[in-house]
Design a protein around this ligand. Sequence first.
Ligand SMILES: C[S@@+](CC[C@H](N)C(=O)[O-])C[C@H]1O[C@@H](n2cnc3c(N)ncnc32)[C@H](O)[C@@H]1O
Length: 199
Amino acid sequence: MENNVFEQMAKRYDTEERIELAKVIVKEVRPELQNSKSKSLIDYGSGTGLVSLELSDLVNSILLIDSSKQMLEVAQAKISNRGITNSKVLFSDFTQDTPGLKADIVLLSLVLLHIPGTKKILHELFNILNIGGKLIIIDFDKNENIQHPKVHNGFSHEELKKTLSEVGFTSTEIKTFYHGNRIFMNQDASMFKSISIKS
Ligand SMILES: C[S@@+](CC[C@H](N)C(=O)[O-])C[C@H]1O[C@@H](n2cnc3c(N)ncnc32)[C@H](O)[C@@H]1O
């Protein structure tokens, strides 16, 4: 299972390359969180918190959720070491069971590609958002050079927009914001940002 891969790599997940890519993502997500000081954010598939722990100054609270305990251990150590007081971790896998949580903002950074049932997970995330809530997805654009049995080879904007609309989001804007060398399974790839609103 994909989870085991992440369990095994947790302690060595924060490589220079991943930290650099996370910086690019943080730069793209921060403007989406202006005027969010009173909002709660769930970072679903948070990993070691490379992205969301750089956003904690912009929101009221962050819940880092992951299905890998070891990734969360690394994230928790960062929270403690940095004295971040508004962020917590939660071990959970919404494809198995969804806890009764609510949030104003859900962030999904490089996670959707690892979850086989795209529509089902988006449906779960739609349900935990409050009315007026925002779903922020960062992922790779469709890349036909990549074939892997457990990982989506990116997403087409049109198909993702359609799925988001089918699960109930009223508006979605998707744009490609970055092209990088060997950033997706050692292939050159581009990343998109998708912003959806639940109204
Ligand atoms: C590529 S990492 C991205 C980590 C982080 N979001 C970032 O951008 O640096 C993918 C993460 O998703 C988690 N993950 C995969 N499937 C999941 C699931 N079904 N539920 C929750 N987390 C999942 C993995 O354990 C891993 O930590």
